[in-house]
Design a protein around this ligand. Sequence first.
Ligand SMILES: [Zn+2]
Ligand SMILES: [Zn+2]
Length: 407
Amino acid sequence: MKVRILKGTNTIGGCITEISTDKTRIIVDFGLDLDYDEKSSILEIEGLTYGQPSYDAVFITHSHGDHIGLIDRILPDIDVYVEPVSKKIYTLLEKFTGGKVPRKTIDLKPNVTLPVGDICITPYVVDHSAYNSLMFLIEADDRRVLHTGDYRRNGYKGSIFESTLRQIGKVDLVITEGTTLSRDVTKKMNEVELSWTATDIFLKYRQIFILQASTNVDRITSFYKAAKRTNKNFIEDIFTCNIVSSLDNKHIPNPIDFSNVYVWIPVRYKKKDIRFKNRFILPFEKYKSRKAYEKKNYAMMVKTSMLEDIMKLHRKGLIDNACLVYSMWNGYKENEETKKFIEALKMLGIEAIDLHVSGHADIETIKALCEIVKPSKVIGIHTTNSEKLFSIVDNVIDVEENEEVEV
Ligand SMILES: [Zn+2]
Ligand SMILES: [Zn+2]
């Protein structure tokens, strides 16, 4: 079996891995660069995005755009495998932001081995900031490769980290993400601790605005718990509401199953066409209520596009002791719209408080993974500092982009 990192030895996001035997060729993940915009050029790969198809399948680890965001560029005759809830989340994201309908994909079932040619792929659910993220065990030619995708163990699914890896057992090669090797991760909090820190903040303020990714379901749960402990109503914006309601999980805070969860339909959605409204807004209209905020004691999930909505609450005197909880990677603060949003809230007397833990494996977690699956070789991807991996675990190999590695 051979491995080639087509992209990802020196970048976070947009990583593409090729795994092949003499008979079969597959790709793991095909997503956008983190700093992608309309002007960015996209990596064209012969046999995958143009020419005669020469790949047998593409496997997607999770719903983050840097892993799934380019599936529409894959030649139509190539099978693309995605876990069904991840596909739903991605589809919603596309519908709300671009109005695109993503291409057809085939459902991937966790723990079920799938043969493609002479390669066998087994997906395992893994803890990450995207719901139902997967890692892949890839087996062929008597060799075993573990592709981790993005992972961590400080979230609510962290408890399965060790048992899953023990189930996988020894592998020949680990391809691990290394996001935190180049990011300063000083806060060593887990999701439970974050929720209690949020509780302290929620006790100090009456109105809480939360800026976080709607796809980070662990984080929604953490903030919901803090709201419940402090007797606050929890208000989800319509996009978040659609995401959590699509998960087929009654335990994730959503307005249908939780009596203290309400919906907020941002002003800008008034302009959406009737088909969009019927499908994504109308089913949640009944969970919109003045009760949610009239006592001025609420925690509300917001987007940077919701400034007009916050101004409206302010004008109506429904904001008198508020803070903004910023719960994303600090680097996103460089985004112009985010900067403007934070500044505008500051003008209203709403100060931003940072509260976040990474969705990525820290050094101890990468070490722990390697201690359990005992790889003979390790390759770091999804990082801008893969050299650091050498000082963390044994058997790391230095791989250039496009270099073929025999497993
Ligand atoms: Zn990623
Ligand atoms: Zn991710």
